[in-house]
Design a protein around this ligand. Structure first.
Ligand code: ARG
Length: 446
């Protein structure tokens, strides 16, 4: 059927609640402004409420040939209340109607994202509090670099997802603008009261240019890009946990709930959920590119291309939300293998920087100290020993500044010494957890 090509009802029926709520607010305003009669308005409102019940109970006769959610509902209203239904669309166009429905929907989704992000950030707090003294190697270039607290590592992710929260909050502010009243593109020739509609629907302000209002999908792009960045964080986290969960690392064990066996190799415990989270990131990036491409050549104002905005958007919001919930639960159920973490930290020369810092504290320029510790490191590795296993004489050969206390440098001291804001010392991390908790407690909902 030809209408299959143009119809969007299969995917935009998800907007039914927003469409009906928006219509009711519009009709109430039309009657308050005496643009239609009170009695007509209440007939329309009652009809719309019945339609909502029909949709929610699965009795609504969806018709593909009626194209979209707006036409399906309006047509049903005609069947229910007759010609007066035709007054609903006074002073309105589908162009400002769809812009409204989408903005209302995005606002609801962002509120769900806030809750999901709160849960996830809370998981990092919980796992950090429960494992506040565990040490593991911190990596650069995936090479063991310096010892850090496991909780410091987890709280790094808290920061990432905290920025995501802030990005969604900014997005929310830009979505929270009422486009209704823009008509098809030029505004409407009726004495409408846009402010009262905004108040009824909970919008903070009104769009200021009718042409921009019906052709703008930046708010969806803001959402898509905030979602893409958030998924990028999720993907990095997933990758890290997959590595830690590997036979080679064995730093953690992912709970059975998020592991699947292989159909052929009985010994396998695959971290499928994390792999899928990493994989779904690609889909979300795809949504961003898709919408950017849809919009890139559109002259003002509304163009039908824009109907295609919903497919990536719905997919992105579903993917993002389900992934956030999975990760939030997965994190708190991780089993930590602290023995292997400390074993990995205690191997090799992870305290090299600390020894260089020791010399610096005794007055040596850092570059010189760096080169001395490099030499010390070669000696240690050629003998297959750790720094702490070398005799003091090996140190003294390289610099007079070494004293016996150099042999006391250990992992705990290394951690404690980084006691500056942002550092991995026990105190600092404890404080950062406390601050994070307060932040979540104070986080108001919009
Ligand atoms: N289904 C359309 C969309 O999603 C609604 C707006 C249609 N407007 C129009 N002039 N055909 O964009």
């Amino acid at each position: 059927m030809k209408s299959d090509y143009t119809s969007s009802i299969k995917f935009d029926k998800r907007l039914y609640k927003q469409d009906i709520q928006g219509s009711i607010a519009h009709v109430n305003m039309l009657s308050k402004q005496s643009i239609i009669k009170e009695k007509e308005a209440s007939q329309i409102v009652n009809g719309l409420m019945e339609i909502k019940i029909e949709i929610e109970s699965g009795d609504f006769p969806w018709k593909d040939e009626l194209e979209d959610i707006h036409m399906n509902i309006e047509n049903r209203l005609f069947i229910k209340i007759g010609d007066v239904a035709g007054k609903l669309h006074t002073a309105r166009s589908r162009n400002d109607q769809i812009a409204l429905d989408l903005r209302m929907y995005v606002k609801d989704v962002i509120k769900d994202v806030f809750s999901a992000l709160k849960l996830l950030r809370n998981s990092f707090i919980k796992i950090s509090e429960l494992n506040s003294r565990i040490i593991l190697p911190g990596y650069t270039h995936l090479q063991r670099a310096q010892p850090v607290l496991f909780s410091h590592h987890m709280m790094a992710y808290f920061q990432m997802f905290n920025r995501d929260y802030q990005r969604f909050l900014e997005t929310y502010k830009r979505v929270d603008v009422l486009p209704l009243g823009s008509g098809a593109l030029a505004g409407v020739p009726y004495p409408i009261d846009r402010q009262s509609v905004a108040e009824e629907l909970g919008f903070s302000s009104l769009t200021v240019n009718s042409m921009d209002a019906v052709s703008d999908r930046d708010f969806l792009l803001d959402f898509q890009s905030a979602a893409s960045i958030c998924m990028m964080h999720i993907s990095r986290l997933s990758e890290e946990l997959i590595i830690w969960n590997s036979e080679e690392f064995k730093f953690i064990e992912i709970s059975e709930d998020y592991i699947t066996g292989s159909s052929i190799m009985p010994q396998k415990r695959n971290p499928d959920f994390l792999e899928l989270a990493r994989g779904k990131t690609g889909r979300v990036y795809g949504g961003l590119i898709s919408l950017l491409t849809i919009m890139k050549s559109l002259p003002l104002t509304y163009n039908r291309d824009m109907q295609e905005d919903k497919i990536p958007f719905f997919d992105t919001s579903d993917t993002l939300l389900s992934t956030l919930y999975v990760l939030a639960d997965l994190i708190v159920n991780i089993k930590i293998n602290s023995k292997n973490m400390i074993l990995a930290t205690d191997q090799g020369n992870i305290l090299a920087t600390d020894i260089a810092d020791y010399l610096v504290n005794k007055g040596m320029p850092f570059r010189e100290a760096h080169s001395i510790v490099s030499k010390l490191s070669s000696i240690a590795s050629s003998k297959g020993k750790k720094f702490s296993e070398l005799p003091l004489s090996s140190y003294k050969e390289l610099s007079d500044l070494f004293d016996s206390d150099v042999l006391e440098i250990n992992l705990e001291k290394s951690i404690s010494s980084r006691d500056i804001p942002g550092g991995t010392s026990y105190n600092q991390v404890e404080e950062s957890i406390l601050n994070a908790k307060n932040l979540l407690e104070d986080e108001g909902y919009v």
